[in-house]
Design a protein around this ligand. Structure first.
Ligand SMILES: [Zn+2]
Ligand SMILES: [Zn+2]
Length: 445
């Protein structure tokens, strides 16, 4: 087995630890004070009387009464907030637990996998009897038990192929609970397109790293990618087809303790973002669990970074991903001068054919969802040649097929390039999924 280097360790951390001592962040930090006596909470903690009137008294029937005592806390902001959690593994479980405790208003969670026995040592929301059920659904079900105030919408699916860009635009913060570079890079690009802040964490054994990204001005995940990161991604692209097993780097050993710590930091950063408090955007907080050293390092901002693409506010169409491609072009023609081209964010494998015999099979799935084994010719065992498209023209023979059939997920924001300008369109007819989820969301826990 090839050891995949932990992303946090790409930084020269002894130097960074030294530089922390002179960091202005440290000097500006006000001294912390703690109250010993819990009952001092009965008076208004806000010196100037500023804030919500309901912080003036303690309602012991209010489950958030102790949180409201934090001077800057706005429970109403949390109740109105929308968060997307990508991944319901060890980190995702802890993040969802915290979001439930906090009374976060709406939480979307997406994960493709099912609960396995090996998850039970690191996942606070899973039980032995959950084996084989969707991680996202089980985690949502248990988090609702913690706090029924929170609306948690689970989706069993893949963040790259099943989640439309519209959801990234809809939420206030994205919390990454991922275990591979491919998905992180994807989430990063989606967040930059929609201007949505995101928090990422990585864990290995008892070490961890948390990064906060705020588009458009902070350094992003891709800005900080090293040549080694690109090399590891390119290895995966050396074959035109990607098997899911190859994409996942996820078999990294981790302890539940570090998952809990890093997930807690992620949620605290999300809390600050929701309260419009300053965050250390474009930086990494790295924790060495062996020596107990925490240090902070600023990520480099790259002017030529490929992730720095921002989409303007899309035009919302009364059109869903199940409708034909031709209907989308029809809408686009009202505002754009042709010829028009629909750009596909996910390369589409249309068919695979054998280079030696006449075997040919129709596929119509995004590249990342086609297994290498599917591409082997059943007659002569030769590796098949995939035919891929990355855009659709107005005269394409595929026009009467659905947008879904060419890999466009529900509630996506699609881009159509015209002769002079581009149009951005939200598939608004898929909007009902905002309250029910998309993908295979009918599976229940
Ligand atoms: Zn960047
Ligand atoms: Zn063949």
């Amino acid at each position: 087995m090839v050891a995949v280097p932990f992303e946090g360790w790409d930084y020269p951390w002894p130097q960074a630890a030294r530089s922390l001592k002179s960091s202005p962040l440290m000097e500006e930090t006000p001294p912390l004070t703690f109250l010993d006596d819990e009952d001092t909470s009965s008076s208004n903690p806000l010196p100037d009387g500023e804030g919500d009137t309901d912080t003036l008294f303690i309602d012991d029937q209010d489950r958030y009464s102790r949180l409201r005592l934090i001077s800057w806390w706005r429970q109403e902001r949390l109740a109105a907030a929308k968060v997307l959690v990508v991944g319901a593994g060890a980190l995702g479980n802890e993040v969802l637990k915290n979001l439930a405790l906090l009374g976060m208003g709406t939480v979307y969670v997406i994960d493709l996998d099912n609960v396995e026995p090996s998850n039970l040592s690191r996942s606070v929301l899973f039980r032995g009897e959950d084996g084989g059920k969707s991680k996202a659904h089980v985690a949502a079900f248990r988090a609702r038990e913690i706090n029924p105030d929170v609306c948690i919408i689970p989706m069993r699916g893949d963040v790259i192929t099943n989640l439309g860009l519209g959801l990234f635009a809809e939420v206030d913060v994205v919390i990454g609970c991922l275990d591979n570079r491919e998905a992180r890079l994807w989430v990063n690009r989606q967040c930059w397109k929609t201007g949505t802040p995101w928090v990422d964490a990585g864990i290995q054994e008892i070490q961890g790293v948390v990064k906060v990204f705020v588009p458009p001005d902070s350094a992003c995940y891709e800005c900080a990618m090293t040549s080694r990161d690109y090399q590891l991604l390119n290895l995966r692209y050396s074959c035109p087809l990607l098997r899911r097993e190859q994409i996942l780097e996820g078999k990294v050993p981790t302890a539940p303790t570090i998952a809990s710590m890093m997930a807690a930091l992620e949620v605290q950063e999300a809390l600050k973002l929701i309260h419009d408090m300053p965050v250390a955007a474009g930086s990494a907080l790295i924790f060495n669990g062996i020596t107990n050293q925490f240090y902070h390092t600023k990520l480099p901002f790259r002017e030529d970074c490929l992730s720095h693409e921002h989409y303007p506010e899309p035009v919302e169409l009364d059109l869903g991903h199940q409708q034909p491609i031709s209907a989308l072009f029809e809408h686009a023609r009202r505002t754009l001068a042709g010829p028009l081209t629909l750009t596909l964010d996910r390369d589409l494998v249309t068919h695979i054919e054998c280079p030696r015999c006449d075997w040919r099979i129709d596929v119509f799935r995004p590249r990342t969802r086609v297994a290498e084994s599917e591409a082997t010719c059943p007659n002569c065992k030769a590796p098949g040649r995939p035919e891929m498209v990355s855009s659709i023209d107005e005269d394409s023979p595929l026009l009467e097929q659905s947008l879904a059939s060419i890999g466009i997920p529900p509630f996506d924001i699609v881009r159509i390039d015209g002769a002079e300008e581009s149009g951005f369109f939200l598939l608004g007819a898929d909007r009902e999924g905002l309250s029910t989820g998309w993908a295979s969301s009918r599976d229940t826990a």
